[in-house]
Design a protein around this ligand. Structure first.
Ligand SMILES: O=P(O)(O)OC[C@@]1(O)O[C@H](CO)[C@@H](O)[C@@H]1O
Length: 449
Protein backbone atom coordinates (compact mmCIF):
# COMPACT_ATOMS: atom_id res chain seq x y z
CA UNK A 1 0.00 0.00 0.00
CA UNK A 2 1.39 3.43 -0.90
CA UNK A 3 1.55 5.93 1.93
CA UNK A 4 -1.06 8.13 0.29
CA UNK A 5 -3.40 5.15 0.24
CA UNK A 6 -2.73 4.84 3.94
CA UNK A 7 -4.41 8.23 4.46
CA UNK A 8 -7.35 7.18 2.31
CA UNK A 9 -7.63 3.96 4.32
CA UNK A 10 -7.87 5.99 7.52
CA UNK A 11 -10.39 8.45 6.10
CA UNK A 12 -14.15 8.48 6.33
CA UNK A 13 -15.95 8.89 3.01
CA UNK A 14 -18.23 11.65 4.15
CA UNK A 15 -18.59 15.39 4.65
CA UNK A 16 -17.40 16.72 7.99
CA UNK A 17 -20.04 17.22 10.67
CA UNK A 18 -21.63 20.66 10.69
CA UNK A 19 -20.94 23.22 13.42
CA UNK A 20 -17.72 21.50 14.56
CA UNK A 21 -14.09 22.41 13.87
CA UNK A 22 -12.73 20.73 10.74
CA UNK A 23 -10.74 17.51 10.89
CA UNK A 24 -8.87 16.04 7.90
CA UNK A 25 -10.23 12.50 8.25
CA UNK A 26 -13.35 13.43 6.28
CA UNK A 27 -12.61 12.69 2.67
CA UNK A 28 -15.11 15.27 1.42
CA UNK A 29 -13.63 18.14 3.37
CA UNK A 30 -11.03 20.41 1.72
CA UNK A 31 -8.74 19.52 4.65
CA UNK A 32 -8.16 16.02 3.27
CA UNK A 33 -6.70 17.05 -0.11
CA UNK A 34 -4.69 19.83 1.55
CA UNK A 35 -3.20 17.30 3.96
CA UNK A 36 -2.64 14.48 1.50
CA UNK A 37 -1.72 16.41 -1.65
CA UNK A 38 -1.20 20.18 -1.37
CA UNK A 39 0.92 20.26 1.79
CA UNK A 40 3.27 17.44 0.71
CA UNK A 41 3.52 19.16 -2.67
CA UNK A 42 4.40 22.51 -1.08
CA UNK A 43 7.02 20.83 1.10
CA UNK A 44 8.60 19.08 -1.93
CA UNK A 45 8.55 22.32 -3.89
CA UNK A 46 10.33 24.10 -1.03
CA UNK A 47 13.02 21.40 -1.15
CA UNK A 48 13.36 21.66 -4.94
CA UNK A 49 13.66 25.41 -4.67
CA UNK A 50 16.46 25.05 -2.14
CA UNK A 51 18.31 22.55 -4.32
CA UNK A 52 17.86 24.77 -7.36
CA UNK A 53 19.31 27.72 -5.46
CA UNK A 54 22.18 25.85 -3.91
CA UNK A 55 24.87 27.79 -5.77
CA UNK A 56 23.55 31.20 -4.85
CA UNK A 57 23.11 30.10 -1.21
CA UNK A 58 26.70 28.83 -1.07
CA UNK A 59 27.92 32.02 -2.66
CA UNK A 60 26.13 34.08 -0.04
CA UNK A 61 26.79 32.01 3.10
CA UNK A 62 29.98 30.12 2.16
CA UNK A 63 30.72 26.46 1.44
CA UNK A 64 29.79 25.32 4.95
CA UNK A 65 26.16 26.14 4.23
CA UNK A 66 26.03 23.00 2.10
CA UNK A 67 25.61 20.94 5.28
CA UNK A 68 22.68 23.17 6.20
CA UNK A 69 21.03 22.60 2.84
CA UNK A 70 21.40 18.85 3.24
CA UNK A 71 19.99 18.91 6.77
CA UNK A 72 17.02 21.12 5.77
CA UNK A 73 16.24 18.77 2.87
CA UNK A 74 16.30 15.79 5.22
CA UNK A 75 13.98 17.56 7.68
CA UNK A 76 11.55 18.51 4.93
CA UNK A 77 11.54 14.97 3.66
CA UNK A 78 10.87 13.65 7.15
CA UNK A 79 7.97 16.06 7.61
CA UNK A 80 6.46 14.96 4.30
CA UNK A 81 6.72 11.31 5.28
CA UNK A 82 5.25 11.96 8.72
CA UNK A 83 2.22 13.59 7.13
CA UNK A 84 1.69 10.88 4.54
CA UNK A 85 1.95 8.10 7.09
CA UNK A 86 -0.20 9.90 9.67
CA UNK A 87 2.64 9.75 12.22
CA UNK A 88 2.16 11.34 15.65
CA UNK A 89 3.21 14.97 16.08
CA UNK A 90 6.46 15.65 17.82
CA UNK A 91 7.60 18.54 19.99
CA UNK A 92 9.25 21.53 18.36
CA UNK A 93 12.94 21.73 19.11
CA UNK A 94 14.13 25.23 18.31
CA UNK A 95 14.83 27.91 20.90
CA UNK A 96 12.29 30.37 19.49
CA UNK A 97 10.00 32.06 22.01
CA UNK A 98 6.87 30.39 20.62
CA UNK A 99 8.13 26.83 21.12
CA UNK A 100 6.90 26.58 24.71
CA UNK A 101 3.39 27.45 23.57
CA UNK A 102 3.44 24.89 20.77
CA UNK A 103 4.79 22.15 23.02
CA UNK A 104 2.29 22.90 25.77
CA UNK A 105 -0.48 22.66 23.20
CA UNK A 106 0.85 19.31 22.00
CA UNK A 107 0.61 18.10 25.55
CA UNK A 108 -2.98 19.37 25.76
CA UNK A 109 -3.88 17.56 22.55
CA UNK A 110 -2.28 14.30 23.73
CA UNK A 111 -4.50 11.79 25.52
CA UNK A 112 -4.19 10.72 29.19
CA UNK A 113 -1.65 8.06 28.26
CA UNK A 114 0.46 10.69 26.56
CA UNK A 115 -0.45 9.42 23.08
CA UNK A 116 0.23 12.25 20.67
CA UNK A 117 -2.22 13.59 18.09
CA UNK A 118 -1.93 12.57 14.43
CA UNK A 119 -2.68 14.55 11.28
CA UNK A 120 -5.88 12.83 10.26
CA UNK A 121 -7.61 12.94 13.61
CA UNK A 122 -6.75 16.36 15.04
CA UNK A 123 -8.22 19.83 14.76
CA UNK A 124 -7.31 20.81 11.19
CA UNK A 125 -6.39 24.42 11.93
CA UNK A 126 -3.83 23.16 14.43
CA UNK A 127 -2.49 20.58 11.94
CA UNK A 128 -2.12 22.98 9.07
CA UNK A 129 -0.41 25.63 11.19
CA UNK A 130 1.86 22.93 12.64
CA UNK A 131 2.94 21.97 9.10
CA UNK A 132 4.03 25.53 8.36
CA UNK A 133 5.70 25.89 11.75
CA UNK A 134 7.67 22.68 11.16
CA UNK A 135 8.68 23.94 7.73
CA UNK A 136 10.21 26.98 9.36
CA UNK A 137 11.80 24.85 12.08
CA UNK A 138 13.78 23.00 9.42
CA UNK A 139 15.47 26.32 8.62
CA UNK A 140 15.71 27.90 12.05
CA UNK A 141 17.54 24.87 13.47
CA UNK A 142 20.29 25.24 10.84
CA UNK A 143 23.40 27.39 11.27
CA UNK A 144 23.40 29.70 8.26
CA UNK A 145 19.78 29.52 7.10
CA UNK A 146 18.13 30.39 10.41
CA UNK A 147 16.27 33.36 9.01
CA UNK A 148 16.15 32.20 5.40
CA UNK A 149 12.74 32.61 3.80
CA UNK A 150 12.47 29.98 1.04
CA UNK A 151 9.42 31.76 -0.40
CA UNK A 152 10.80 35.28 -0.51
CA UNK A 153 11.93 35.20 -4.12
CA UNK A 154 8.64 33.71 -5.34
CA UNK A 155 6.70 36.36 -3.44
CA UNK A 156 8.71 39.12 -5.13
CA UNK A 157 8.31 37.43 -8.53
CA UNK A 158 4.58 37.35 -7.88
CA UNK A 159 4.64 41.08 -7.27
CA UNK A 160 6.65 41.92 -10.39
CA UNK A 161 4.48 39.70 -12.60
CA UNK A 162 1.46 41.85 -11.72
CA UNK A 163 3.02 45.14 -12.68
CA UNK A 164 0.52 45.80 -15.51
CA UNK A 165 -2.44 45.60 -13.16
CA UNK A 166 -0.58 47.61 -10.51
CA UNK A 167 0.12 50.38 -13.02
CA UNK A 168 -3.58 50.78 -13.78
CA UNK A 169 -4.68 50.89 -10.16
CA UNK A 170 -1.65 52.97 -9.17
CA UNK A 171 -2.22 55.56 -11.89
CA UNK A 172 -5.92 55.76 -11.03
CA UNK A 173 -5.01 56.55 -7.43
CA UNK A 174 -2.28 59.03 -8.26
CA UNK A 175 -4.65 60.97 -10.54
CA UNK A 176 -7.14 60.94 -7.71
CA UNK A 177 -4.67 62.05 -5.06
CA UNK A 178 -3.42 64.86 -7.29
CA UNK A 179 -6.87 66.44 -7.60
CA UNK A 180 -7.13 69.57 -5.51
CA UNK A 181 -10.58 68.64 -4.25
CA UNK A 182 -12.58 65.44 -4.11
CA UNK A 183 -16.24 65.52 -3.24
CA UNK A 184 -17.74 63.19 -0.67
CA UNK A 185 -20.05 61.73 -3.34
CA UNK A 186 -16.96 60.65 -5.34
CA UNK A 187 -15.45 59.10 -2.24
CA UNK A 188 -18.65 57.18 -1.60
CA UNK A 189 -18.70 55.98 -5.17
CA UNK A 190 -15.06 54.95 -5.41
CA UNK A 191 -14.29 53.62 -1.94
CA UNK A 192 -16.19 50.33 -2.55
CA UNK A 193 -14.09 49.80 -5.69
CA UNK A 194 -10.82 50.23 -3.79
CA UNK A 195 -12.08 47.90 -1.06
CA UNK A 196 -12.98 45.31 -3.69
CA UNK A 197 -9.59 45.59 -5.39
CA UNK A 198 -8.13 44.56 -2.02
CA UNK A 199 -10.70 41.77 -1.79
CA UNK A 200 -9.92 40.27 -5.21
CA UNK A 201 -6.20 40.72 -4.61
CA UNK A 202 -6.69 37.77 -2.25
CA UNK A 203 -7.01 35.45 -5.24
CA UNK A 204 -3.23 35.73 -5.71
CA UNK A 205 -2.14 33.19 -3.14
CA UNK A 206 1.00 31.16 -3.77
CA UNK A 207 0.11 28.47 -1.22
CA UNK A 208 -2.33 27.11 -3.80
CA UNK A 209 0.27 26.85 -6.56
CA UNK A 210 3.36 25.71 -4.69
CA UNK A 211 4.88 29.17 -5.09
CA UNK A 212 4.19 29.75 -8.81
CA UNK A 213 3.17 33.33 -9.49
CA UNK A 214 -0.40 34.11 -10.50
CA UNK A 215 -0.15 37.01 -12.93
CA UNK A 216 -2.80 39.68 -12.60
CA UNK A 217 -2.89 41.49 -15.93
CA UNK A 218 -6.41 42.87 -16.25
CA UNK A 219 -7.49 46.29 -15.02
CA UNK A 220 -8.29 45.75 -11.33
CA UNK A 221 -11.03 48.37 -11.51
CA UNK A 222 -12.80 46.73 -14.46
CA UNK A 223 -12.35 43.38 -12.78
CA UNK A 224 -14.25 44.62 -9.74
CA UNK A 225 -17.33 45.19 -11.93
CA UNK A 226 -17.04 41.99 -13.87
CA UNK A 227 -16.64 39.88 -10.72
CA UNK A 228 -19.57 41.43 -8.86
CA UNK A 229 -21.81 38.42 -9.60
CA UNK A 230 -19.31 36.16 -7.86
CA UNK A 231 -19.74 38.00 -4.59
CA UNK A 232 -21.90 35.80 -2.41
CA UNK A 233 -22.25 38.41 0.31
CA UNK A 234 -21.40 42.06 -0.23
CA UNK A 235 -21.74 44.22 2.86
CA UNK A 236 -19.35 46.84 1.50
CA UNK A 237 -22.09 49.50 1.58
CA UNK A 238 -22.29 49.15 5.38
CA UNK A 239 -18.52 49.48 5.59
CA UNK A 240 -18.59 52.57 3.37
CA UNK A 241 -21.39 54.18 5.43
CA UNK A 242 -19.42 53.54 8.58
CA UNK A 243 -16.22 55.00 7.12
CA UNK A 244 -18.02 58.06 5.72
CA UNK A 245 -19.58 58.69 9.13
CA UNK A 246 -16.11 58.50 10.66
CA UNK A 247 -15.16 61.58 8.60
CA UNK A 248 -16.97 63.67 11.18
CA UNK A 249 -14.71 62.36 13.96
CA UNK A 250 -11.92 64.86 14.00
CA UNK A 251 -9.47 63.44 16.54
CA UNK A 252 -6.17 62.28 15.11
CA UNK A 253 -5.99 58.78 16.51
CA UNK A 254 -8.43 56.98 14.27
CA UNK A 255 -6.60 53.69 13.89
CA UNK A 256 -7.13 51.14 11.15
CA UNK A 257 -5.74 47.64 11.78
CA UNK A 258 -5.26 45.47 8.71
CA UNK A 259 -4.60 41.82 9.45
CA UNK A 260 -2.64 41.04 6.31
CA UNK A 261 -2.60 37.89 4.26
CA UNK A 262 -0.49 37.45 1.12
CA UNK A 263 2.52 39.37 -0.16
CA UNK A 264 2.77 40.31 -3.84
CA UNK A 265 -0.21 41.78 -5.64
CA UNK A 266 -2.55 41.35 -2.66
CA UNK A 267 -0.30 43.41 -0.41
CA UNK A 268 -0.11 46.08 -3.12
CA UNK A 269 -3.91 46.38 -3.14
CA UNK A 270 -3.97 46.53 0.68
CA UNK A 271 -1.46 49.40 0.61
CA UNK A 272 -3.61 51.19 -1.99
CA UNK A 273 -6.67 50.87 0.24
CA UNK A 274 -4.72 52.11 3.27
CA UNK A 275 -3.41 55.12 1.31
CA UNK A 276 -6.93 56.00 0.15
CA UNK A 277 -8.30 55.82 3.69
CA UNK A 278 -5.45 57.89 5.13
CA UNK A 279 -5.45 60.49 2.35
CA UNK A 280 -9.13 61.32 2.77
CA UNK A 281 -8.88 61.15 6.58
CA UNK A 282 -11.23 58.25 7.12
CA UNK A 283 -8.42 57.12 9.47
CA UNK A 284 -5.12 58.66 10.57
CA UNK A 285 -3.00 55.69 11.52
CA UNK A 286 -2.71 52.30 9.87
CA UNK A 287 -1.18 49.30 11.62
CA UNK A 288 -0.41 46.45 9.25
CA UNK A 289 -0.21 43.09 11.00
CA UNK A 290 2.04 40.59 9.25
CA UNK A 291 3.81 37.36 10.12
CA UNK A 292 6.90 36.93 12.26
CA UNK A 293 8.04 33.87 10.27
CA UNK A 294 7.48 32.58 6.72
CA UNK A 295 3.88 31.36 6.79
CA UNK A 296 1.51 29.55 4.42
CA UNK A 297 4.01 30.16 1.62
CA UNK A 298 3.03 33.68 0.63
CA UNK A 299 2.00 35.53 3.81
CA UNK A 300 3.59 38.94 4.37
CA UNK A 301 6.68 39.12 6.58
CA UNK A 302 8.55 42.25 7.59
CA UNK A 303 11.05 41.66 4.79
CA UNK A 304 8.24 41.36 2.21
CA UNK A 305 6.58 44.51 3.48
CA UNK A 306 9.73 46.61 3.32
CA UNK A 307 10.93 45.31 -0.03
CA UNK A 308 7.48 45.69 -1.59
CA UNK A 309 7.33 49.37 -0.71
CA UNK A 310 10.92 49.79 -1.83
CA UNK A 311 10.16 48.04 -5.13
CA UNK A 312 7.12 50.19 -5.86
CA UNK A 313 8.92 53.41 -4.87
CA UNK A 314 12.25 52.83 -6.53
CA UNK A 315 12.29 49.95 -8.98
CA UNK A 316 8.92 49.78 -10.69
CA UNK A 317 8.78 50.83 -14.34
CA UNK A 318 6.02 53.42 -14.08
CA UNK A 319 6.24 56.94 -12.70
CA UNK A 320 2.74 56.75 -11.19
CA UNK A 321 3.70 53.67 -9.20
CA UNK A 322 6.93 55.28 -8.04
CA UNK A 323 5.02 58.33 -6.84
CA UNK A 324 2.68 56.04 -4.92
CA UNK A 325 5.60 54.15 -3.40
CA UNK A 326 7.21 57.41 -2.26
CA UNK A 327 4.02 58.31 -0.41
CA UNK A 328 4.14 54.92 1.31
CA UNK A 329 7.78 55.44 2.26
CA UNK A 330 6.86 58.75 3.84
CA UNK A 331 3.96 57.22 5.81
CA UNK A 332 6.38 54.65 7.19
CA UNK A 333 8.94 57.29 8.02
CA UNK A 334 6.44 59.51 9.81
CA UNK A 335 4.99 56.58 11.78
CA UNK A 336 1.55 57.09 10.28
CA UNK A 337 1.90 53.54 8.95
CA UNK A 338 3.39 50.83 11.09
CA UNK A 339 4.22 47.22 10.39
CA UNK A 340 3.78 44.87 13.33
CA UNK A 341 4.11 41.10 13.50
CA UNK A 342 2.71 39.79 16.76
CA UNK A 343 3.35 36.15 17.54
CA UNK A 344 -0.35 35.28 17.75
CA UNK A 345 -0.79 35.29 13.97
CA UNK A 346 1.58 32.35 13.57
CA UNK A 347 0.10 30.28 16.37
CA UNK A 348 -2.61 27.70 15.67
CA UNK A 349 -5.36 29.52 17.56
CA UNK A 350 -8.52 31.12 16.30
CA UNK A 351 -9.31 34.78 16.88
CA UNK A 352 -11.94 34.01 19.51
CA UNK A 353 -9.00 32.91 21.70
CA UNK A 354 -7.05 36.18 21.49
CA UNK A 355 -8.76 37.71 24.52
CA UNK A 356 -7.82 34.76 26.69
CA UNK A 357 -4.38 34.02 25.31
CA UNK A 358 -3.02 37.44 24.37
CA UNK A 359 -4.85 40.20 26.21
CA UNK A 360 -2.22 42.74 25.14
CA UNK A 361 -3.04 42.11 21.50
CA UNK A 362 -6.77 42.16 22.21
CA UNK A 363 -6.44 45.50 23.98
CA UNK A 364 -4.37 46.87 21.14
CA UNK A 365 -7.05 45.87 18.62
CA UNK A 366 -9.67 47.43 20.91
CA UNK A 367 -8.10 50.87 20.29
CA UNK A 368 -8.95 50.49 16.66
CA UNK A 369 -11.66 52.33 14.76
CA UNK A 370 -11.83 49.46 12.31
CA UNK A 371 -10.19 46.08 11.76
CA UNK A 372 -9.91 44.64 8.27
CA UNK A 373 -9.20 40.93 8.10
CA UNK A 374 -7.79 39.69 4.81
CA UNK A 375 -7.98 36.31 3.20
CA UNK A 376 -9.06 32.78 3.71
CA UNK A 377 -6.90 31.59 6.58
CA UNK A 378 -7.69 34.69 8.66
CA UNK A 379 -11.37 34.10 7.88
CA UNK A 380 -11.09 30.50 9.05
CA UNK A 381 -9.47 31.78 12.23
CA UNK A 382 -12.17 34.43 12.63
CA UNK A 383 -14.96 31.88 12.58
CA UNK A 384 -13.11 29.25 14.63
CA UNK A 385 -12.39 27.02 11.60
CA UNK A 386 -15.81 25.56 12.24
CA UNK A 387 -17.74 23.88 9.43
CA UNK A 388 -20.78 26.06 10.08
CA UNK A 389 -24.17 25.65 8.52
CA UNK A 390 -23.77 28.18 5.69
CA UNK A 391 -26.65 30.31 6.99
CA UNK A 392 -25.21 30.81 10.50
CA UNK A 393 -24.78 34.60 10.81
CA UNK A 394 -21.21 35.86 10.48
CA UNK A 395 -21.43 37.75 13.74
CA UNK A 396 -22.43 34.56 15.58
CA UNK A 397 -19.60 32.58 13.96
CA UNK A 398 -17.09 35.21 15.03
CA UNK A 399 -18.05 34.50 18.64
CA UNK A 400 -16.33 36.63 21.22
CA UNK A 401 -13.83 38.28 18.90
CA UNK A 402 -15.32 41.76 19.23
CA UNK A 403 -12.48 44.20 19.99
CA UNK A 404 -13.81 46.70 17.44
CA UNK A 405 -15.73 47.07 14.19
CA UNK A 406 -14.72 44.41 11.71
CA UNK A 407 -14.68 43.89 7.95
CA UNK A 408 -13.66 40.53 6.48
CA UNK A 409 -12.46 40.50 2.86
CA UNK A 410 -12.12 36.94 1.68
CA UNK A 411 -12.08 34.93 -1.52
CA UNK A 412 -13.25 31.39 -0.79
CA UNK A 413 -10.49 28.79 -0.82
CA UNK A 414 -11.74 26.41 1.83
CA UNK A 415 -15.07 24.88 2.71
CA UNK A 416 -15.80 27.08 5.69
CA UNK A 417 -18.76 29.35 5.01
CA UNK A 418 -21.27 31.30 7.05
CA UNK A 419 -23.58 34.25 6.69
CA UNK A 420 -24.91 33.07 3.31
CA UNK A 421 -28.54 33.55 2.27
CA UNK A 422 -30.78 30.49 2.64
CA UNK A 423 -30.30 27.98 -0.20
CA UNK A 424 -27.35 29.78 -1.87
CA UNK A 425 -24.67 27.24 -0.88
CA UNK A 426 -26.83 24.36 -2.12
CA UNK A 427 -27.66 25.98 -5.44
CA UNK A 428 -24.05 26.97 -6.28
CA UNK A 429 -22.60 23.62 -5.30
CA UNK A 430 -24.97 21.87 -7.71
CA UNK A 431 -23.59 23.75 -10.72
CA UNK A 432 -20.08 24.39 -9.51
CA UNK A 433 -18.76 21.56 -7.31
CA UNK A 434 -15.38 23.25 -6.76
CA UNK A 435 -16.91 26.56 -5.71
CA UNK A 436 -15.23 26.56 -2.31
CA UNK A 437 -11.70 25.81 -3.35
CA UNK A 438 -10.27 28.09 -5.96
CA UNK A 439 -10.83 31.67 -4.90
CA UNK A 440 -13.51 32.12 -7.57
CA UNK A 441 -16.16 33.46 -5.19
CA UNK A 442 -15.83 36.09 -2.50
CA UNK A 443 -17.54 37.61 0.52
CA UNK A 444 -17.41 40.91 2.33
CA UNK A 445 -18.83 40.51 5.82
CA UNK A 446 -19.00 43.15 8.54
CA UNK A 447 -19.47 42.80 12.27
CA UNK A 448 -20.42 45.49 14.78
CA UNK A 449 -21.25 47.95 12.01
O1 LIG B 1 -5.28 32.82 3.61
P1 LIG B 1 -5.23 32.68 2.14
O2 LIG B 1 -3.89 33.00 1.57
O3 LIG B 1 -6.32 33.41 1.44
O4 LIG B 1 -5.51 31.16 1.83
C1 LIG B 1 -4.76 30.19 2.46
C2 LIG B 1 -5.26 28.82 2.17
O5 LIG B 1 -6.02 28.78 1.01
O6 LIG B 1 -4.21 28.01 2.01
C3 LIG B 1 -4.52 26.79 2.58
C4 LIG B 1 -4.12 25.73 1.70
O7 LIG B 1 -2.80 25.51 2.03
C5 LIG B 1 -5.92 26.84 3.01
O8 LIG B 1 -6.16 26.04 4.05
C6 LIG B 1 -5.98 28.24 3.34
O9 LIG B 1 -7.16 28.68 3.75
Amino acid sequence: MTIENELIRLSVDDFPPRNKPLIAKYLRSFAFPVLSKLSPFNISKTGSYLEGNKNSILQKYGADAEKDITSVLTKLNTLRKEILSNAPFRELISDNVDVQIWNKLLEDYSDEDGKRPTWMFTNWLYCECYIHRRLFEAFETSIYLKTYDPFYEQKMKGLVSCEDAMKILGQFLINYFNKSEVEIKNLREDLPKIIKCALWGNRCDLSQTGGDAIAQTESPLKLVDSLQDLMLVDESSKAVDFLCNSLSITNDDKILDIILDNAGYELFTDLCLADYLVTYKFVNIVRFHGKAIPWFVSDVTNQDFITTIDYIANKSTCEGLKELGKRWESYMKSGQWKFECEQFWTLPFHFGQIKLLDIELYNKLSQSLLIISKGDLNYRKLVGDVFWEPTVPFSQAVGNFKPSKLIALRTLKSDITCGLPEGLAESISKNDPDWLKIGKYAVIHVDGI
